[in-house]
Design a protein around this ligand. Structure first.
Ligand code: ADP
Ligand code: MG
Length: 250
């Protein structure tokens, strides 16, 4: 579902991704950990077209991200084609980024209404079903300010699911939450994984990574230092830098 081959990305003279190779099969959950500044968010943003890669290749569901192959040459996609690719990828950020002046249901309906021109009634019904799925059946008409951080993040997940993505990206979805609210968001993510959603999750929730992750990737300074089954990486890290990082966060 995701195939990154020697992905490089620089900002000015700073090389932030220095050759990332990662394969995520359909239905798999890949968790990404690593120190601040190691390039985790940039990598997710490259998968989702929020950044353009400088070198290497990125495929999502077999399709080159941002490019089309024709006669052995690469052609950059048109804006409309990029938009189409992006519709298949849902993303959830550390900050929930909900529209503050829209209710929970309206936030979830927004993309289906504007991008797909879904009729209001059908969009609202689907929004309610999605809010039910994330445990918010009593909050359809609440505004973000009336919701806890955990509830807002669950609305953000429902909103990302509204476009029926094939891939979900999570960038530290629980890092901004009070500790007692982390569990409810992880439960929703665990449920999604159980239903077979392909997910790439940047998180420092090691319990989640161990239990739900098929792969755990440790990034440092723009490289994947170590990757493997979470149990192995956490229990028996091979690289000194992984050991040092884990000794700080575990
Ligand atoms: P992480 O998510 O692992 O903390 P990031 O991917 O956010 O790391 O950032 C990696 C490095 O790239 C950092 O040094 C950061 O300052 C730099 N960086 C990220 N985005 C930009 C940008 N838009 N312009 C310049 N530098 C950036
Ligand atoms: Mg980050």
């Amino acid at each position: 579902m995701v195939e990154a081959v020697q992905v490089h990305k620089s900002f000015g003279r700073v090389e932030v991704l220095r050759g990332i190779d990662l394969t995520v099969m359909p239905g798999e959950v890949a968790c990404v950990i690593g120190p601040s500044g190691s390039g985790k968010s940039t990598f997710l943003r490259c998968i989702n077209h929020l950044e353009r890669i400088d070198a290497g290749a990125m495929r999502v569901d077999g399709e080159l991200i941002g490019y089309r192959e024709a006669g052995g040459r690469l052609h950059e996609l048109r804006e409309s084609e990029v938009a189409r690719q992006r519709r298949d990828i849902g993303m959830v950020f550390q900050r929930f980024n909900l529209f503050p002046h829209k209710t929970a249901a309206e936030n979830v309906m927004e993309a289906p209404r504007t991008v797909r021109r879904e009729p209001r009634r059908a969009a609202r019904e689907r929004a309610m079903a999605l809010l039910d799925r994330v445990g918010l059946s009593d909050k359809y008409d609440s505004y973000p300010a009336q919701l806890s951080g955990g509830q807002q993040q669950r609305v953000a997940i429902a909103r990302a699911l509204a476009m029926q993505p094939r891939l979900m990206l999570f960038d530290e979805p629980t890092s901004a939450l009070d500790p007692e609210l982390v569990g409810e968001v992880l439960d929703v993510m665990r449920g999604l994984a159980g239903e077979g959603m392909t997910m790439v999750v940047v998180t420092h929730e090691m319990g989640f990574a161990r239990e739900v992750g098929d792969t755990l990737v440790f990034m440092d300074e723009g490289r994947i230092v170590e990757a493997g089954q979470p149990r192995d990486v956490l229990g028996n890290p091979q690289h000194e830098r992984t050991q040092a990082f884990l000794s700080k966060v575990l």
